[in-house]
Design a protein around this ligand. Structure first.
Ligand code: ZN
Ligand code: ZN
Length: 284
């Protein structure tokens, strides 16, 4: 049902605004559409905000990603830029569980186009702890995938200016040294997971999923005008129960909308009935 978008992207070069190794998963995804990804040289994404809080992030996740993309466009004169931004916190539906929301934006100046890939995942090690000695620190590390996943150590959760912050801790020796330095003035110290992509393979996997979403948006052209980004904007529940025929919470169709010509299409799912386990009446 989708038109090909090959003429939009094939053979182009996209600049990626990152210094944290995200090209490892973003470049192979974009290569499937014939786009070569190049990392922006000298681009300091940290001035747009860091997870380890020396620099607070401005605005929403979307605004932060757009600001990065705009900066690279201005700096390099490129016409195709990718920016990515992660956000960690309680899951909106399951507030007891931490989640990772990864957003990847593609800004195409040649076609005046912004496309996105976004994933909300419960697969994250995002966590922190207050510890008073190495054994406690190692116990926390064991819970969050250390040492394949990096840690950050500081004197307290809200560190005073000009106090040391140890980032990218990836060995017991580094952890021991950080603790020894921080404990000269404090009995306890604050440990947290290093969420930067190159320090966090779990996060890197979620970024890969978001990149796959972006590639899907890029590849799906509007059936009417061919514009890329013809993706489902709404999922409609109400697939009838196989036993009693009542509408269930299961998706019965998805609504697609073209951002360019506003062409709309509702596509039913292949199934015609829902399992009774999803029925409010048969399985209350
Ligand atoms: Zn039923
Ligand atoms: Zn269209």
């Amino acid at each position: 049902m989708f038109k090909s978008t090959e003429s939009y992207f094939q053979g182009r070069m996209a600049i990626l605004a990152t210094k944290h190794g995200k090209e490892q998963v973003i470049a192979p995804a974009l290569a499937r559409l014939g786009v070569t990804v190049v990392v922006a040289s000298d681009f300091d994404s940290d001035r747009f905000g860091t997870f380890s809080r020396e620099i607070p992030r401005c605005g929403t996740q979307e605004e932060a990603a757009l600001a990065k993309a705009e900066a690279v466009l201005a700096q390099t004169g490129a016409d195709l830029v990718i920016a990515s931004e992660g956000s960690f916190g309680p899951h909106p539906q399951f507030p007891m569980l931490p989640s990772d929301r990864e957003l990847i934006l593609l800004v195409d100046r040649r076609h005046d186009l912004v496309l996105r890939g976004e994933v909300l995942s419960l697969d994250t090690n995002f966590s922190h702890a207050t510890v008073s000695h190495l054994e406690e620190a190692l116990a926390f590390g064991a819970r969050v995938g250390f040492p394949s996943h990096g840690l950050i150590a500081m004197a307290q959760a809200d560190p005073l200016p000009n106090t040391p912050i140890f980032k990218g801790i990836q060995s017991e020796e580094q952890l021991q040294r950080a603790i020894a330095t921080l404990q000269t003035n404090h009995a306890t110290l604050h440990l947290e997971t290093d969420m930067r992509a190159h320090m966090n393979p779990t996060r890197m996997r979620v970024i890969a999923q978001a990149a796959a979403e972006l590639v899907q948006a890029m590849a799906q052209g509007c059936p009417q005008c061919g514009w890329p980004g013809f993706v489902a904007c709404e999922h409609l529940p109400g697939l009838p129960c196989e036993l009693c025929g009542a509408p269930t919470g299961a998706i019965k169709a998805s609504r697609y909308l073209c951002q360019h010509c506003l062409y709309e299409l509702t596509v039913p799912v292949p199934e015609t009935v829902a399992d009774p386990s999803q029925c409010y009446f048969c399985n209350p």
